[in-house]
Write a protein that binds this ligand. Structure first.
Ligand SMILES: Nc1ncnc2c1ncn2[C@@H]1O[C@H](COP(=O)(O)OP(=O)(O)OP(=O)(O)O)[C@@H](O)[C@H]1O
Length: 265
């Protein structure tokens, strides 16, 4: 169906751990006492209803929100890492990153390399190669010279994913990366993230689609109303009872084409 794809090689990964983390926006505590762990070699998927605090929790990891509690990457305190150091270790794909008119696709993807360059250095041949590889991986290479403002929603999202891939960090945190993507590109992106995990990287991603989460996650973290309700393997977290309690829909697991799948009934 899809051609095999591979995330470009990355810097060393690490175990991302949050313990008893509160996240606030202004004076309001949005996330309460969250525990979460994302391990190298695994795809960890964060699920929860709208407004449950997924984006806020992910944003706290790259310090876009004020957080209290323990946040570590291996033995490093995330809150004490400098911004550039953090960006060299961890890629963040948020929901808000929409390019303004002006830059081309290649230029936006090239931003992923900036964190690795010194203050006065320019991108080298290897940087340019990585940019081209990243565009090919998300199938935006044919759009390389297009102004980002002229892209469709899905093309723009793939451009941002390519930018994130070009950053080549060992830890990748993505908030709803499948937004705007058609089913081919959703599957391709999840294949890419799976390949990245199999290469030993740490992948933490928020997804709305529970059926995709059930198939692609090694580990699921379920949130509701600003709290982590449970975490574990998909079959243990996404049980029909838990999904009904959290989302108010009826689901069941079926075995189709050699895999366990969660379907809405
Ligand atoms: N700037 C803000 N000021 C006040 N409340 C906010 C702010 N940003 C987010 N919130 C609230 O925090 C809660 C969690 O929002 P968040 O975006 O983290 O949820 P989410 O699980 O990612 O939702 P969705 O699935 O809809 O993307 C929501 O109730 C939201 O309204």
């Amino acid at each position: 169906m899809t051609t095999p794809c591979r995330a470009p090689e990355a810097t060393s990964s690490g175990r991302l751990r949050l313990a008893d983390v509160d996240v606030s926006i202004g004076r309001t505590v949005i996330v309460h006492g969250a525990d979460l762990e994302a391990r190298p070699g695994e795809v960890t998927v964060l699920v929860g209803p709208n407004g449950s605090g997924k984006s806020t929790l992910l944003r706290s990891i790259f310090r876009a929100c004020r957080a209290e509690g323990v946040m570590t990457l291996d033995d490093l305190d995330l809150t004490r890492l400098g911004r550039r150091d953090l960006a060299r270790r961890l890629t963040a794909l948020t929901q808000e990153q929409m390019p303004a008119a002006g830059p081309t696709v290649r230029e936006v993807v090239g931003l992923g390399r900036m964190v690795h360059l010194g203050d006065f250095s320019r991108p080298g041949a290897r940087d340019r190669e990585i940019v081209e590889e990243s565009m090919r991986a998300t199938e935006v290479d044919h759009l390389a010279d297009r102004d980002c403002a002229s892209l469709s929603g899905g093309e723009r999202q793939r451009t941002h994913v390519a930018r994130a891939l070009a950053q080549r960090t060992g830890v990748v945190v993505m908030d709803e990366p499948t937004n705007h993507l058609d089913i081919h590109h959703q599957v391709r992106l999840l294949e890419l993230l799976r390949a990245s995990a199999e290469d030993g990287h740490t992948v933490l991603v928020a997804l709305h689609d529970l059926t995709l989460a059930a198939v692609w996650a090694d580990h699921v973290v379920m949130m509701r109303a600003g709290r982590v309700l449970r975490h574990g393997p998909p079959r243990e977290v996404l049980t029909p009872e838990h999904v009904r309690d959290c989302f108010g829909v009826n689901t069941t697991w079926v075995h189709v084409a050699g895999r366990d799948r969660l379907v809405v009934v």
